[in-house]
Design a protein around this ligand. Structure first.
Ligand SMILES: [Zn+2]
Length: 354
C-alpha cells in the first residue's frame, strides 16, 4: 500500500491492472459478467450434490469425481485424434500439431525423477516449441496435450518477431491453449458414451468453478483485506471471517454454508505474492478470453481464423483492449464476456440433464 502510494498509483489494484495491460472498465465488465453467471454455477453445484446423493454440497466435495470415464488412448491414437480435430479448425493448426508429434517435440512419458504436470516453452533460436507432459493414456492427458500444443501454436504465430514484441501478458497467455483445449473437448463430448460425458463435463465444470467462482471470492477477499489493512494489521480470525463472507457471496446456496473453507487464504500460495497483488483475476480473464475467441469462431466460422492468428501474433504489444479492438472484439462490453460464459452455461445445462 505504501509502495503504491509512493509510486503514484491510485490504489493497489492500479499496478495489477498495468501489469496485465488492462483498464478498470475492462475488469469491471469481466467481473459483472462473472457475477451474473453465479446462478448457473450454483445450479451445477446443486446438481452435483444430488448426483452424489447429498442434500447440499460440502466444500470437500467440490473436487469429488462424478461419472466414470474409461476412455483410454494410445500415444498414436492421441496424436491422430488431436491432429484430426485441429484440422477441422484449420489445416495450419493440424499441421503444426503433426510436426510437433513427428519431430518429437514432446517429452511425453512419465519417468522416475521427472516432474509432474505439463508445460510448453518456446525455443526462439530455432523457432520451435518443446512440451513436457506426463502421458498416461487418459482423457485428461489428451486435453492437456491439446492445451500445451495451443501454447506451441501461439509461439508459432509469433515466428520472426523481435524478442521484445513476443510473449503475452498473463491475461492473454492462455488464449490459444484454452482455444485448442475447447476444440478437442467439444469433439470428444459429441462422441463419448453417456457416463463418460458426465465425467468429462464434471471435470471441466469443476475447473471452471474454481476459475470463475473461487477466483471471484479471492478478488473479494483481496479487496477487503487491503481495505482493512489500511487501518490496522489483521488477525487470523479476521482473515477467516473475510474469506467465509467472500465464499458466501460467490458460492451462495450452491454449497452447504456450514461447511465452507475458512483457511483457503492460508492454503493457496496465490494469496502471497508480495510483488503481485490481485494475482488471481487474470486466470478468469484468460479462460473467458480464450472461450470468447471460440464463441466468435463459432459465430463467424472460417473467416475468423486469419484474424485470430494475427491477434495471437500481436499479444506481446500494447494494451489488451486496444489489441482486441483491432480485431473487432470489445473487452469492455459485458456482452463479450457473456458470450464466453454462455459456453460454460451450456455445459452446465447438459450436465444437469444427464
Ligand atoms: Zn496453459
Amino acid at each position: 500500500m505504501t509502495l503504491s502510494k509512493w509510486r503514484g498509483r491510485d490504489d493497489v489494484l492500479h499496478a495489477a491492472l498495468d501489469r496485465n495491460r488492462i483498464d478498470r472498465e475492462t475488469l469491471e465488465a469481466l467481473l459483472e459478467s462473472m457475477r451474473d453467471s453465479f446462478p448457473s454455477f450454483r445450479s451445477y453445484l446443486k446438481s452435483k450434490a444430488k448426483k452424489l446423493g447429498k442434500e447440499k454440497l460440502p466444500w470437500w466435495d467440490l473436487f469429488a469425481p462424478v461419472g466414470e470415464i474409461d476412455l483410454k488412448y494410445t500415444w498414436k491414437e492421441t496424436a491422430d485424434y488431436i491432429v484430426e480435430q485441429f484440422n477441422r479448425f484449420s489445416n495450419e493448426l493440424g499441421d503444426f500439431a503433426r510436426t510437433a508429434f513427428d519431430n518429437r517435440w514432446i517429452d511425453a512419458e512419465p519417468r522416475d525423477g521427472k516432474r509432474g504436470g505439463a508445460f510448453c516453452m518456446g525455443v526462439p533460436g530455432v523457432e520451435e516449441s518443446r512440451i513436457l507432459a506426463n502421458f498416461d493414456g487418459s482423457f485428461d492427458q489428451l486435453t492437456t496435450l491439446a492445451h500445451e500444443l495451443g501454447h506451441g501454436f501461439h509461439n508459432y504465430c509469433q515466428k520472426g518477431l523481435p524478442m521484445l514484441r513476443r510473449g503475452a501478458p498473463m491475461t492473454l497467455a492462455e488464449t490459444a491453449s484454452i482455444f485448442c483445449e475447447t476444440i478437442v473437448f467439444n469433439a470428444a463430448l459429441e462422441t463419448a458414451p453417456e457416463n463418460a460425458q458426465l465425467a468429462i463435463l464434471e471435470n471441466q465444470l469443476m475447473g471452471a468453478t474454481q476459475v470463475i467462482v473461487d477466483i471471484y471470492s479471492r478478488y473479494i477477499f483481496e479487496s477487503e483485506v487491503i481495505k482493512r489493512r489500511e487501518k490496522s494489521e489483521l488477525s487470523a480470525d479476521e482473515f477467516c471471517e473475510i474469506i467465509i463472507d467472500a465464499q458466501k457471496q460467490t458460492y451462495g446456496d450452491g454449497l452447504d454454508e456450514n461447511y465452507l473453507h475458512p483457511y483457503m487464504w492460508l492454503l493457496k500460495p496465490h494469496y502471497y505474492y508480495a510483488e503481485a497483488h490481485f494475482y488471481n483475476y487474470p486466470y478468469a480473464f484468460g479462460l473467458l478470453f480464450g472461450l470468447g475467441m471460440y464463441a466468435v469462431y463459432q459465430r463467424e466460422g472460417e473467416s475468423f481464423i486469419p484474424r485470430y492468428k494475427e491477434l495471437l501474433r500481436n499479444t506481446g504489444e500494447g494494451k489488451v483492449a486496444d489489441l482486441a479492438a483491432r480485431f473487432d472484439i470489445d473487452v469492455k462490453s459485458v456482452d463479450f464476456w457473456k458470450g464466453s460464459l454462455a459456453i460454460i452455461e451450456d455445459r452446465v445445462n447438459k450436465y444437469i440433464a444427464l
